[in-house]
Design a protein around this ligand. Structure first.
Ligand SMILES: N[C@@H](CCC(=O)N[C@@H](CS)C(=O)NCC(=O)O)C(=O)O
Length: 208
């Protein structure tokens, strides 16, 4: 029995879970869902109703970072877990204040009184922290990607996509190159394959 992964193609949390599963080379049954029409099977396993959700034989993992850690603990052929301790600060900054500012920038009307330009700036200040590193190396901590790259790039992609012309006009060539390398990679193409919405009786879709 393969693990089951409930996923949504464009969700940055589900994307990073798929990135780790892909790198680990673990086969899962992928169940593509619609956020507005969540399958009862998924809600029964994880009532909080967010994707990704990974169903294992003996437990359910319903936090994307935990799914990444679980996958790479099974198998980490790229050595993604090999990163310096300060990588945790970067990941925390992106998951916390950056994501909060990103949501207020992208979806300002949903957040009463949010000023999207001020929020864009808050997020930009966080991104600038990585610029010097990304001018020195291809990835955050050297010539190969690490967990920290894969855990954060999907959010930076979402941020850049709000206004790609503005993003490209900023003085962060390192950051732009980093995002572009990710978007042009085979791994990005592999995790962004389109699958039909999961139906209870459908033939299982195997990922990767
Ligand atoms: N902390 C969760 C967050 C996951 C999350 O918020 N996913 C969004 C989609 S990107 C979601 O499922 N939202 C529920 C909804 O929109 O109904 C994780 O890391 O897995």
């Amino acid at each position: 029995m393969r693990p089951i992964l409930y996923s949504f193609r464009r969700c940055p949390y589900a994307m990073r879970a798929r990135l780790a599963i892909l790198s680990a080379g673990i086969e899962v049954e992928l169940r593509e869902i619609l956020l507005r029409d969540k399958p009862q099977e998924m809600l029964d396993a994880s009532p909080k109703g967010t994707v990704p959700v990974l169903i294992l034989k003996d437990r359910v993992i319903d936090e994307s970072r935990d799914i990444m850690e679980w996958a790479l603990a099974q198998h980490d052929p790229e050595g993604l877990l090999d990163m310096p301790p300060d990588a945790q600060d970067w990941i925390a900054a992106i998951e916390g204040p950056f994501k909060s500012a990103l949501d207020r920038y992208k979806y300002a009307p949903r957040y009463n009184g949010a000023d999207p330009m001020a929020e864009r700036n808050v997020a930009a200040q966080i991104l600038y922290r990585a610029e010097a590193q990304l001018q020195k190396a291809l990835w955050l901590y050297g010539p190969h990607p690490s967990f920290a790259d894969l855990a954060t790039l999907t959010f930076v992609r979402q941020y850049a996509n709000v206004d790609r012309a503005w993003f490209d006009a900023q003085d962060w060539p390192g950051l732009r190159g980093w995002l572009d390398r990710f978007l042009a990679s085979d791994r990005f193409a592999a995790i962004m394959t389109r699958y039909p919405k999961w139906e209870t009786l459908a033939i299982p879709v195997v990922f990767p």
